[in-house]
Design a protein around this ligand. Sequence first.
Ligand code: HEM
Length: 256
Amino acid sequence: MKGCDGSVLINSTRNNTAEKDAIPNQSLRGFQVIDAVKSAVERRCPGRVSCADILALVARDAVSLISGPFWPVPLGRRDGRVSNSTEALSQLPPPLFNSTQLIASFASKNLNVKDLVVLSGSHTIGVAHCSSITSRLYNFTGRGDSDPSMDPNYVAALKRRCSPTDANSIIQMDPGSSQVFDQDYYTIVSKRRGLFQSDGALLTNSVTNAYVQRHSNSSRLSSFLKDFSDSMVKMGRIGVLTGSAGEIRRICSVIN
Ligand code: HEM
C-alpha cells in the first residue's frame, strides 16, 4: 500500500501480518499466476524484472484478454521490502464511501475525479461477496432498511441472493457479462444498479455523473477503453521505487 511496489504479493510471517491478509484484500487470488510468470522470467533473465512490473503487466494482459484495451506499461519499478496489513486497511477506500470521500481518497494518490469514474469502470468485471453489500441491503441506517438510492427491484433481487448472514456467496458486479471488459458498468450505474455505495455515489457528483451518463451507451466503448488505459498508466505510477530503493525480489511472496 505504499504504491506499486509489489508489496501486496508478500506473505505474512510469524512477526508480520502482510497486506495480503488485510480484510479488504482477502478476496485477492491468482497469486500462482504471478509466481509462474516470475519463475519463467527468472530462468531467462535472473534478478532483473521486479514483481511490481510483472503485476502491472499481468493486469494489463488480463484486461486485454477479455476484450479490454491493451496499453504500453511503463517499466522499471522495484519491489518494496515492507508489507503491512494495517496500511491496506487505512488506504483502500471501502465500498461504503460517498463521492466526497472517494474523491479525497483518490486525490491522496494523485488521481483526479476523472480517474475515479474511469477506474471504477473496472467493476464491469469480477465478483463481490455478499458481505460487501449486507449493510446496504439490510441495515443501511441501522434501522433494518436498505439504501434508497438503489433501484428497489434490484435490492429485492440481491436480497434473494444474499441473506443477512451470508458472507460467502458471490455475485457478479455486471451480471451476465462479468468476464467481458466492456462499458456496461456505466449502464448499470445509470440505472441505479451499481453494487456498492461507491458505485452509486458516482451519480452524486456532477463530473462523475456526466461521465456515467455519456458512457452508458455501447457506442462510447472505445472512449472508455482509451480513458481506462490512460488512468491505468497513471495509477501504475503511484509510489514507484526506482534506482537503489527496494530490491528485485527473487520470489514474489518473500522479501529477499
Ligand atoms: C473507487 C473505489 C473502489 C472501491 C470502493 C472498490 C471496492 C470493491 C469491492 C468491495 C469489491 C468486492 C470485494 C469482494 O466482496 O470480494 C471490489 C471488487 C473489484 N474491484 Fe474494486 N473498488 C474500487 C476501485 C477499483 C479500482 C480502481 C479497480 C481497478 C482499476 C477495481 C477493480 C476491482 C475488480 C476487478 C474487482 C473484482 C474482483 C474479483 O472478481 O474478485 N476496483 N471492489
